[in-house]
Design a protein around this ligand. Structure first.
Ligand SMILES: Nc1ncnc2c1ncn2[C@@H]1O[C@H](COP(=O)(O)OP(=O)(O)OP(=O)(O)O)[C@@H](O)[C@H]1O
Ligand SMILES: [Zn+2]
Length: 733
């Protein structure tokens, strides 16, 4: 008998190759099976999507190729996984093949059946070799009342849950307990053991979280029970983690946004920590939001489970869960897959969903131990000595803290020594020859570096234009603040009589593998008294001895053109403040200092009260009036070209050709504009905003627009176009 499997292979969105390719096979192949198939002159990895025993109309044996082999020993990817991939491709306007293959570990593409069999055997051996050391060891903290309540509400919830918990309220313990509850639930016979997916914005930033999950679960569930998935791993490590998750030997996957696509046959809970974090949105390929996909995935998994494990073979369209099922009356819906989004500063999208009742909001307003949130102190820079980078009262306050054995954090969102180097004689500035941006002065290695294209040169001895020897840095970055603080605090002594120690943590200082851990450890152990850094110091860390946090240049974001800038600034400052006073004993005296020229700005007034709900309500009102997300729906059409003219021409032709497409009358297409940083690496960039008040209309319009966009590529006016892309639900405009 001959079968005619339709198979998904890696095809870029623009290749024009259809969603699936038809092959022949003498075996019936399960949907989701991984196969190797010929494509052109190569043999590539493919995923079986369907396997009918009749050929599609018009296809003959002569015109189809034969499946080269099946990756044996590997279970098929289940229906939920395939549905997630299919939805992502449709929603984010990419090809099915691109999304499906990008969701698999890259190394899987290179293995044949024999190599894979060897891998699997080694895996099985390793998994069997590490039994739990202490099956009963699942010690956690005694829960606070708020944690216990949140967990109880979570257990009964049927909607996605938004855990709105203050910084230091103990959200991690809630994740751990919720995970434990899932892992202790036995899966039905012949089904994969229960699994949990925990997502974090940047795993390297929070080695603490990984350690907590390992400590808690490995003694009870074995050393292979917790695996990581993120882009910092080697291809071999990623494959190992992926296989462990796919075969069910890993019970917990801890990962960054890419982990949302992990194959998890026993998935029962998805945790999205710091759900507001922009790094959940991919900025290349399919520009997906891992947070939004997590919510979708949990829904699909729940429906499949409710349908009795049929894993969606029946139909691709998820049904909504019955309203309020199980939430009241104490009954718990089982089995299902829950999604738990956590943050002290939720995204306005999630906050709005909770306002509307689509998500269940659970609150943990108090800090563990009853500590207070830090007091906000605004330093009016209008009243400080002219040219002062750090206000004298702030430096004095830091000195007092250090003398008492406490620690300080100084936040500045700009790395390097100074953003520009300039000649005051002729006006030369350290522009990048390849980008419409300045190169940043890095004093440590005396280079000028472009943070957009990477172009790096030694600092010139004299002005390249006029020969003036006196070229000087303008503005300041973390390197300079570190240097200045070391000088300003030179007479300050720690309680042990040693001089105060200032360190820096940013993308430069943490470039080498392992250096971030070393720097964090130095802070935790008290070796360092002041840590200067970019936003990476504000994220999720559980510092115990920080009592003062200072934001020294927040103003630039106050007047940014991007309508999301206030949301991001508020979240950043509140998260930064949240690093202070986490030890309840010291929290009463903890402070967040902000240097600003605009102390009356309403954002600071709300921040002073730590009133996130008030801030969110204000922002949402503004967004509603302006028809902005989450009330309106947006996409960006982006074009990169050799000239700005060609980039814009492509966008304009695409807009013209959109006439008559479905839902065109509900869609606003804005004029094509250059990006803020218009040229990067000698490529000119432009974009066009697509806006509507209906998500459905946007989706259908974009789908219909795809073939038009492909065709516009070859318009003579667009000659020089390098690439184009659609970004659905863009985060920055
Ligand atoms: N029930 C508890 N009893 C005692 N200590 C606890 C309890 N729950 C959590 N903690 C401790 O409280 C501290 C803060 O918890 P955690 O780091 O989870 O805060 P968080 O809510 O994630 O805050 P953030 O949003 O700032 O990351 C941690 O040191 C944690 O070990
Ligand atoms: Zn550059």
């Amino acid at each position: 008998m001959v079968f005619w499997p339709s198979i998904v292979v890696a095809t870029p969105a623009h290749s024009g190759v259809g969603a699936t390719l038809t092959y022949r096979s003498e075996l019936s192949l399960a949907p989701g099976a991984l196969v190797r198939v010929p494509l052109g002159s190569r043999e590539v990895l493919g995923v079986v999507w369907d396997c009918p025993d009749t050929p599609p109309e018009g296809l003959t044996e002569a015109r189809t190729k034969v499946v080269a082999g099946v990756l044996e020993g590997l279970p098929a990817l289940n229906g939920c996984w395939r549905q997630l991939v299919k939805f992502s491709a449709q929603y984010y306007q990419r090809s099915l093949g691109e999304v499906a293959l990008a969701a698999l570990p890259p190394q899987l593409r290179e293995l044949d059946s024999t190599q894979l069999a060897r891998r699997l055997k080694r895996r099985a051996k390793a998994a069997a070799g590490v039994p739990p050391t202490a099956p009963e060891a699942l010690q956690g903290h005694d829960l606070s009342a708020e944690q216990a309540e949140a967990l109880q509400a979570l257990a009964a919830a049927t909607a996605p849950v938004l855990l709105y918990g203050a910084t230091g309220s103990g959200k991690t313990e809630v994740y751990l307990r919720a995970t434990q509850a899932v892992l202790e639930t036995a899966a039905p016979e012949n089904e994969a053991p229960t699994q949990v997916l925990v997502m974090v914005p940047e795993i390297n930033l929070t080695p603490q979280l990984e350690a907590r999950f390992r400590e808690r679960f490995e003694p009870a569930f074995g050393a292979g029970s917790v695996v990581c998935l993120h882009s910092g791993m080697t291809p071999a490590q990623r494959l190992t983690s992926w296989l462990a998750a796919h075969t069910g030997s890993a019970r917990i996957v801890l990962g960054t946004r890419m982990a949302v696509f992990a194959s998890l046959p026993g998935l029962r809970l998805i945790v999205v920590d710091e759900e507001h974090d922009p790094s959940y949105k991919s900025q290349e390929g399919a520009r997906y939001s891992a947070r939004d996909l997590a919510v979708y995935r949990a829904k699909v998994e729940s429906e499949a489970l409710a349908a009795g494990g049929a894993l969606l073979q029946a139909g691709p369209h998820p049904r909504p869960l019955p309203e309020g099922e199980g939430a009241r009356g104490g009954g718990v819906v089982n089995p299902r897959c829950q999604v738990l989004l956590g943050s002290a500063t939720p995204s306005l999208e999630s906050w709005h969903a909770a306002d509307q009742g689509r998500y269940l909001r659970l609150e943990m307003p108090g800090r563990i131990g009853g500590g207070a949130l830090p007091r906000l102190r605004l330093v009016d820079m209008n009243h400080q000595p002219k040219g002062a980078v750090l206000a004298p009262p702030l430096v004095a306050a830091m000195g007092e803290r250090i003398a008492r054995g406490e620690q300080c954090l100084v936040l500045l969102n700009r790395r390097g020594y100074a953003p520009v180097l300039a000649c005051h004689d002729c006006g030369w500035k350290s522009g990048c020859p390849h980008c419409s941006a300045y190169r940043v002065f890095h004093k440590l290695d005396r280079t000028l570096r472009c943070h957009h294209c990477g172009f790096t040169e030694r600092v010139p001895r004299a002005c390249p234009d006029c020969g003036n020897l006196d070229i000087a840095p303008v503005g300041r970055g973390t390197e300079q603040i570190e240097e200045q603080l070391a000088g300003l605090l030179v007479d300050v002594k720690r309680p042990d009589g040693q001089p105060a120690r200032v360190a820096r943590m940013d993308a430069d200082s943490t470039r080498l593998k392992g250096s971030l851990e070393v720097q964090l450890a130095a802070l935790h152990s008290g070796e360092v008294d002041v840590l200067v850094g970019t936003q990476m110091i504000a994220k999720g860390h559980d510092f115990r001895r920080i009592t003062l946090v200072a934001g020294i240049n927040a103003d630039s974001a106050l007047f940014a053109s991007d309508y999301r800038a206030p949301e991001r600034l508020f979240a950043l400052l509140m998260q930064a403040a949240g690093r202070a006073g986490r030890d309840a004993a010291q929290s009463g005296a903890s402070e967040m200092w902000i240097q600003t020229w605009y102390p009356q700005h309403p954002l600071f007034v709300t921040l002073k009260k730590h009133d996130y709900p008030a801030f969110a309500a204000e922002q949402l009102t503004e967004r509603e009036q302006a028809g902005m997300p989450p009330y309106g729906f947006q996409a960006l059409l982006r074009a990169d070209a050799r000239t700005q003219q060609a980039a814009q021409a492509f966008l304009n032709i695409a807009a013209e050709q959109a006439a008559g497409l479905p839902h065109r009358d509900q869609i606003t297409l804005y004029p094509a504009v250059p990006l803020t940083i218009q040229r990067v690496a000698n490529v000119e960039r432009a974009q066009m905003l697509v806006e509507t008040d209906s998500r459905g209309a946007l989706q259908r319009f974009l789908s219909a627009w795809q073939p038009v966009l492909h065709a516009c590529r070859s318009a003579p006016e667009a000659k020089g176009l390098v690439r184009w892309a659609v970004d659905v639900d863009p985060l920055s405009i």
